[in-house]
Write a protein that binds this ligand. Sequence first.
Ligand code: SF4
Length: 220
Amino acid sequence: MSHMAAVGDLEIRVDVAEVRRWLGYRCGRPPRPRVAHRLDELWPEALALLHPRGAFRVVEGAGAAASGMPRPTPLVGVGVCTVGSALETESRRRGDASALLDALLLDAVGSAAAEAAADALNQRLCVAARAHDCFAGTRVSPGYGRWDLGGQAALVDLLPAARLGIRLTSALMLVPHKSVSFAVRFESRPPREDLRRHRCRRCGLADCPYRDVPGGEAAS
Ligand code: SF4
């Protein structure tokens, strides 16, 4: 039972704390004033250069297994998303012009935005899992943990990546670079209630019919 892929724009909210984390400022450590000030200045321009889009699909576990996904369930949700190439092109342009701080900051915004896009797409798969009487597991990607990067091509082949302007290099890297491919297991057993409620509380999909707790922090 494989479904048609759904393709579309994604609504994302880029969290400045995530951007700081990509810059190396972890655990709430504040950036240097010059960095914080320049990030504030660049913020509107950076967000305007984002074009988040994604595609997802429900496939049989055998299809996901062919991409090397570890421990696929009978049904698996697969997705690929991107924030487009405009931001990374501008980051590269500024780097070439020796505006290295700008290049670094734009790159960090792009990385945080790509993760936000993957989270937004993951929410769609969470809903799809519930519609199949299953529960979406944790998002996993080729090249991380036990999933060899060699499975990237087979995973992307399951999705209409070209319609999103995404292609693979010979080294199996996604282009635009601020793109993410992933899969989620459709588990038959729910996660622990406290984890489920925590996830829903943080989830920004306001109109989800399967929300376990009211509200949501719009943290997509
Ligand atoms: S509100 Fe809860 S069930 Fe709905 S998509 Fe978000 S995490 Fe999943």
